[in-house]
Design a binder for this molecule. Structure first.
Ligand code: ADP
Ligand code: MG
Length: 302
């Protein structure tokens, strides 16, 4: 279990976040400059918060009250950077072995071999980073981060520079790695589909704070507010008034469209409440049939 509760104030920016992750993949979504990278850097010990506590499996990595701040190499935290950040003067094998030089030679060698095989880069072990494609470099970077057997793996937009096909393959491999991996993963991503696919839990960042943190279903099906709705991909937001309940769904009159929608709501909402309803583009279907939640449209462009 990773538990984070930290504050860090800079001129013009304040980070104040608290969350817990327990053996899950937590996807961190949010606009550029909202503090996602800074959070990972605090957990990894690359920068120090002003106050708060970071705890990993019962051990304090950082605690301002008792003045604890473990150096980053003692934190059992793996970090995969956006730009891979492999050591250019080391081969693939040496890059992966870098963090485990304290292990007996044969054990280190076996572990490197196993990780290179897992990440499908064992045939490249003698190459230097400049001789690898972007996808291969990122595979090596993941192997290097896993080598010291960390308890938590932090990934900062790891696939953003890869093309769609390659990204999808690496996403699937990351899921497979998570099956074997006993720890938690934090995955910062710009890609909503990736966040939804990989993150069983989701944290939505906005201006240095967490606008919502919860299960994938909670965050995507019942966003806490308009900001979270927009940040998780809802395009159509409409004002409405609750007019009743039917089959566990909330009936909402949408005056602007002259219809009543059956909507999923965040908890019970009293009749007469003014609410906002959002429709995700992926839920919209064109049909000739009659039914619920129907809106008559003219197709202008196909
Ligand atoms: P994200 O990863 O969500 O895009 P970051 O965590 O990198 O955002 O940055 C959060 C904010 O902190 C940004 O507004 C950035 O400009 C600011 N920031 C980051 N590092 C520093 C620093 N050393 N000094 C001042 N501001 C910083
Ligand atoms: Mg960032």
């Amino acid at each position: 279990m990773l538990s984070v509760d930290i504050k860090r104030t800079l001129p013009g920016f304040k980070l104040e976040v608290a969350f817990k992750v327990n053996h899950d993949i937590m996807a961190i979504l949010g606009p550029s400059g909202s503090g996602k990278t800074m959070t990972l850097q605090c957990i990894a010990g690359l920068i120090t918060p002003d106050e708060g506590r970071i705890e990993l499996n019962g051990q304090a990595l950082y605690d301002s009250a008792s003045r604890v701040s473990l150096p980053s190499q003692r934190r059992r935290v793996g970090f995969v950077f956006q730009n891979y950040a492999l050591f250019p003067h080391l081969t693939v094998r040496q890059n992966v072995a870098y963090g485990i030089s304290h292990l007996p030679c044969q054990e280190a060698e076996e572990r490197v071999q196993r990780l290179l095989a897992t990440m499908h880069v064992d045939s490249l072990s003698g190459r230097y980073p400049r001789q690898l494609s972007a996808g291969q470099q990122q595979r090596v970077a993941i192997a290097r981060a896993l080598a010291p057997d960390p308890d938590v793996l932090l990934l900062d937009e790891p696939f953003s520079a890869l093309d769609t096909q390659l990204r999808e393959r690496l996403e699937m491999e990351l899921l497979a790695i998570h099956q074997d991996f006993k720890g938690s993963m934090l995955l910062v991503t710009h890609d909503l589909v990736e966040g939804y696919k990989l993150g069983t839990r989701i944290a939505v960042y906005q201006a240095g704070a967490i606008a919502q943190c919860g299960s994938r279903e909670e965050v995507f099906d019942a966003p806490a507010d308009r900001t979270v709705a927009r940040l998780t991909g809802v395009r159509n937001l409409m004002d409405g008034v609750v007019s009743g309940v039917a089959n566990g769904l909330t009936l909402v009159d949408i005056p602007a469209w002259g219809i009543t929608l059956e909507a999923v709501s965040r908890g019970d909402v009293p009749v007469g409440s003014r609410v906002t309803v959002g429709i995700r583009p992926e839920y919209v279907q064109l049909t000739y049939r009659d039914g619920h939640n129907m809106l008559e449209v003219d197709v202008l462009q196909a």
